[in-house]
Design a protein around this ligand. Structure first.
Ligand code: GLN
Length: 493
C-alpha cells in the first residue's frame, strides 16, 4: 500500500470511513513525516498530540457511527490563526511566546468538523511578504529544486509559504492559509498545489491576527480542487463575532463539483499581459484558455482598464490598515514587553516595537502612518480608495461579458531565497496578478498548470463573481483534469 501521507483529504476521509485504515495510522505517518522534514522549516510549532487526539476521536466516532466531514484528517494551521493553548506567533518576535486563551472561528470550525492539527505553519511575519523571508523564525525552504543540477534554495512563496511547502512535501494533506493580496494563491502556484481564497466575508476573520482587515481572508490549500472545496466548506460560515462576516448559507461545493463548463464564458483580461513576463507563462495561459474551451466554455477577451493601478493602491491601503491594526502591540496588552531600566511609558512602547517587529513590518507601519497623516491622507489614502472603487467597477463591468476570468497566478516561477529580499519593490511586483481581485473582494483560486523549463511549477488563476466559488472550483477542476499535473518534489531533505 502507498504511504498514507500520499493521500489527500477526500481519500483519507473515505478510507477512514470504509475501514481501509485507521485515523490513528494516518496521523502517526504524518507526524513522523513532519519530524523528518524539519530542514524545510515549514512548521514553527509541531502539535503531534493534537493530531493524535483528533485521530483517536475519529476512530471512536467511526465505531459509534458519528463521523464528521473531516474526521481523521490531520491538517496544518498557518500560524496566523490563534489556537487556544497553543503558541500563536504570526512569525513575529512580538508574539514569539504568545499563547492565546481563545480559538479562531475558522480553526474552531475545522476541529468541530473532525480535523486534527499537526502544527502551526511558518509564514511571512504578520503575513507581510511574498517569499516567507520576513519570518522571525527563519525562512521556509521550498521542497522544489530547479532541474539544473544546482541546489539553490528556493522560496515557497508567501505569506502562506509554510502551508504551501508542507502540502507540496506531503507533510499534511491540506493546510489553512490567509490571503490579503495573494498569500494563498502565489505560494500555491510556486509549489504546485491548489489554493482558494473565497469571497471576502465567507470565512470569519475572528481570531486571525489582523494585517489589513478589509482585505484579509482565510482559505484552503490542498493538493487538488476537490480537497480545496471540502476544506473551504468546513471553514466558511457566518460568525456574529466578525462584523464583516457574510450571513449566508455555505453551499455544498463538493457536491456541486463539475468539470463541464458548457454555457460559461471565460474572460481573458488584456491588461494582465505584462512586460517581461516569461514566454512560458504566456504559453501556459493560452493553454489554460484552450483547456477551458475544451471543457465547453466560451473564451472571450475582456478589459480591466485600471489593473495597472492595483499594485500601488494595494501598497497604500494594506500598509495603512496594518499600521492601525498593529498599534495594539504596545508592550501592555499582548506578547513582548521591553521595559528598559528606569524607562517611562513612551520608552517602553518604543523599545517593545523596535525589538518585536521585523524590518518589513516596520516599513509597512511607516508607509501606513505616512499615507494616513493629515498632510498626505488625501494625496495617498483617499486616492488609493478611489482606485480601489474603480478596480471593483472594472470587474463588475467585465461580468457583463463573462462568468469568470483566467490569468496566470504570478509573473514568475519560484525565485531563489535572497534573490529579491534586498529590493522591496521587486518583491511587491510579484503580487501584480493577485492583488486586483483582493481589492475587489472576489473569490480566486490557483491551480497547477505544468512545469517550466527549470522544472518548477507554474499556476493558473481563476477569478469569479462575488459568491461564485462554485464556478471557480469547477473551472479549476476542468484545468486539473487536462493539465494532469502529477509531479512532486523529491524527499531530498
Ligand atoms: N505579498 C503581499 C504582501 O506582502 C500579500 C500578502 C498577503 O496576502 N498576506 O502584502
Amino acid at each position: 500500500m502507498a504511504a498514507l501521507t500520499d493521500l489527500g483529504i477526500a481519500a483519507i476521509r473515505d478510507g477512514v470511513r470504509d475501514g481501509a485504515f485507521t485515523a490513528r495510522e494516518v496521523a502517526e505517518q504524518f507526524v513522523a513525516r513532519v519530524a523528518a522534514a524539519r530542514p524545510l522549516n515549514a512548521f514553527i510549532t509541531e502539535t503531534p498530540e493534537h493530531a493524535l487526539a483528533a485521530a483517536d476521536a475519529a476512530d471512536k466516532a467511526r465505531a459509534a457511527g458519528t463521523l464528521a466531514p473531516l474526521s481523521g484528517v490531520p491538517i496544518g494551521m498557518k500560524d496566523l490563526f490563534c489556537t487556544a493553548g497553543v503558541r500563536s506567533t504570526a512569525a513575529s518576535a512580538m508574539l514569539g511566546d504568545f499563547v492565546p486563551p481563545y480559538e479562531s472561528t475558522v480553526s474552531e470550525k475545522l476541529w468541530a468538523a473532525g480535523a486534527g492539527m499537526l502544527g502551526k505553519l511558518n509564514l511571512d511575519q504578520f503575513a507581510m511578504g511574498s517569499s516567507n523571508e520576513t519570518s522571525a523564525f527563519g525562512n521556509v525552504v521550498s521542497p522544489w529544486r530547479r532541474n539544473d543540477g544546482g541546489n539553490a534554495a528556493l522560496t515557497p512563496g508567501g505569506s502562506s509559504g509554510g502551508s504551501a511547502a508542507a502540502v507540496a512535501a506531503r507533510l499534511c494533506p491540506a493546510a489553512t492559509g490567509t490571503d490579503t493580496g495573494g498569500s494563498i494563491r502565489q505560494p500555491a502556484a510556486f509549489t504546485g498545489i491548489s489554493g482558494i481564497k473565497p469571497t471576502y466575508g465567507r470565512c470569519s476573520r475572528w481570531g486571525i491576527v489582523a494585517f489589513a482587515s478589509s482585505l484579509d481572508q482565510a482559505g484552503a490549500m490542498a493538493r487538488d480542487v476537490r480537497d480545496c472545496a471540502l476544506m473551504l466548506q468546513a471553514m466558511s460560515g457566518f460568525d456574529p463575532k466578525d462584523a464583516t462576516s457574510l450571513d449566508l448559507p455555505v453551499p455544498d461545493w463538493e457536491a456541486g463539483l463539475s468539470a463541464d463548463l458548457r454555457g460559461k464564458r471565460v474572460g481573458i483580461p488584456r491588461e494582465y499581459r505584462v512586460d517581461d513576463m516569461p514566454a512560458e507563462i504566456d504559453a501556459l495561459w493560452r493553454q489554460g484558455a484552450a483547456w477551458l474551451k475544451d471543457a465547453g466554455a466560451e473564451v472571450v477577451e475582456v478589459s480591466l482598464p485600471h489593473t495597472r493601478y492595483a499594485l500601488p493602491a494595494y501598497y497604500i491601503v494594506a500598509p495603512a490598515e496594518a499600521s492601525s491594526n498593529l498599534a495594539r502591540y504596545d508592550g501592555v496588552r499582548y506578547g513582548l514587553r521591553d521595559l528598559p531600566e528606569g524607562a517611562g511609558l513612551q520608552d517602553m512602547y518604543a523599545a517593545t516595537r523596535a525589538a518585536g517587529f521585523g524590518a518589513e513590518v516596520k516599513r509597512r507601519i511607516l508607509i501606513g502612518t505616512y499615507v494616513l497623516s493629515a498632510g498626505f491622507y488625501d494625496a495617498y489614502y483617499t486616492q488609493a480608495q478611489k482606485i480601489r472603487a474603480l478596480i471593483a467597477r472594472d470587474f463588475e463591468q467585465a461580468w457583463a461579458s463573462c462568468d469568470l476570468l483566467l490569468t496566470p497566478t504570478a509573473p514568475s516561477a519560484a525565485f531563489a531565497l535572497g534573490e529579491r529580499s534586498a529590493d522591496p519593490i521587486a518583491m511587491y511586483l510579484n503580487d501584480v496578478f493577485t492583488v486586483p481581485s483582493s481589492l475587489a473582494g472576489l473569490p480566486a483560486m490557483s491551480v497547477p498548470g505544468g512545469l517550466d523549463g527549470q522544472g518548477l511549477p507554474l499556476g493558473l488563476q481563476l477569478i469569479g463573481r462575488p459568491l461564485d466559488e462554485q464556478t471557480v472550483l469547477n473551472a479549476g477542476l476542468a484545468i486539473e483534469a487536462r493539465a494532469g499535473f502529477g509531479e512532486r518534489p523529491s524527499d531530498w531533505w
